[in-house]
Ligand binder design. Structure first.
Ligand SMILES: Nc1ncnc2c1ncn2[C@@H]1O[C@H](COP(=O)(O)OP(=O)(O)OP(=O)(O)O)[C@@H](O)[C@H]1O
Ligand SMILES: Cc1ncc(C[n+]2csc(CCOP(=O)(O)O)c2C)c(N)n1
Ligand SMILES: [Mg+2]
Length: 324
């Protein structure tokens, strides 16, 4: 197959996503987009590399496409924004089966359609390993932009869902074929392969003036809470680590510590927010009514610079770090 033929087939795969404001899409030297007035644009890039973020033997190609877009959409959600536009750079060894690559785009296309995100273009190149690099542009009302840096002492620290499921799913997919087909553990494989970006939740939280700061948990609570606190010039005290119940059940079977999965595992893509303590109870009720999900209380923001457990023990940022 030629490069142009592959692009044509990718374009075919991505057809059908609503694109009212895309004047020029795939096919020219660049895409042309009509932004909405009075909005802020939010831009994020995240790459995934074979052997680092996924293995071809551990998940179907549709899941690889899904999760690279999901990781990017999660960063858009963490800003309080909604995704509008994305580009995708693809690298692959020359012997790669093009049908396999196109199935990755089926995964991209399905999530993009659900998220109302138009794929406006991209790039392709041969490379020593498979690589997807996605850039997403989002939009948000200026007053709803929610940064990492707004947390204040006394704020409640809360999560949009429990953690540890993705790390547990990674263990199943790579190391425990004996347990991977147990239907009881299916939610863990799904959390690793096809994580759901918390887009509705992020927009809703970002629209509340009581939500002072937000970050997504891509690298683990220990690292991402540390980042939120560092950006805000605060510390935090953690008194409850919300661990995914099925991850806890798997950890009991394997002898692992599920709280470490939650603290350091990463790739759960739940949102972590600092919320005004006086508003938290009411806001959590409305959040549940609106999204069907529960805001889980993790702890509180403190005036110091340390992130600690309630008993005073420090929580070092020990999540995923590409330089470690
Ligand atoms: N190679 C780079 N060049 C310029 N800026 C970068 C580069 N890598 C990261 N950044 C910037 O550093 C900041 C933090 O990036 P980081 O990747 O830690 O955040 P994230 O995308 O939320 O995390 P994750 O990659 O775990 O999803 C962002 O503002 C990002 O744009
Ligand atoms: C095969 C395989 N081995 C290990 C992992 C775990 N992993 C890789 S990158 C990352 C953090 C997020 O990445 P980034 O910071 O680049 O967004 C995590 C938790 C995986 N997903 N697949
Ligand atoms: Mg992030």
């Amino acid at each position: 197959m030629t490069e142009d033929a592959l692009v044509a087939q990718i374009r075919e795969r991505l057809r059908g996503v609503d694109a009212a404001r895309l004047s020029v899409g795939i096919g020219d030297d660049a895409a042309v987009w009509q932004p909405k007035a009075n909005n802020r644009s939010v831009i994020t890039t995240d790459a995934m590399v074979e052997g680092v973020h996924f293995r071809r033997d551990a998940m179907p190609p549709e899941a690889i496409g899904h999760r690279v877009l999901a990781a990017n959409l999660s960063d858009i959600a963490a800003m309080g924004a909604r995704p509008v536009l994305a580009t995708i750079a693809l690298g692959f060894p020359p012997e790669t089966d093009t049908d396999w690559l196109l199935r990755c785009y089926d995964g991209v296309a399905a999530l993009a359609a659900r998220a109302h995100c138009t794929i406006a273009g991209g790039d392709l190149t041969r490379a020593p390993a498979i690589l997807f690099s996605v850039t997403v542009i989002g939009e948000v009302r200026a007053s709803n932009v929610t940064l990492r840096s707004g947390a204040r002492p006394g704020d409640v620290v809360a999560l949009t869902g429990p953690l540890g499921a993705s790390r547990a799913g990674l263990l199943l997919a790579l190391d425990r074929p004996d347990l991977a087909f147990d239907p009881a553990f299916a939610p863990l494989l799904a959390a690793y392969r096809t994580p759901e970006p918390r887009l509705r939740e992020g927009r809703w939280l970002g629209a509340s003036r009581h939500v002072h700061a937000m970050i997504d948990t891509s690298d683990g609570l220990s690292t991402d809470l540390g980042r939120l606190c560092a950006a805000s010039g605060t510390g935090a005290e953690v008194d409850a680590i919300p661990v995914h119940a099925v991850a806890r059940a798997l950890a009991e079977r394997t002898g692992d510590d599920p709280e470490r999965w939650a603290l350091d595992g990463g790739e759960d893509f739940e949102l972590l927010a600092a919320i005004d303590r006086h508003a938290f109870g009411h806001l959590a009720n409305r959040f549940h009514a609106h999204t069907g999900r529960t805001l889980l209380r993790v702890g509180r923001i403190t005036g110091g610079a340390e992130v600690r457990f309630a008993d005073g023990i420090a929580i070092a940022p020990s999540g995923w770090d590409h330089l470690r």
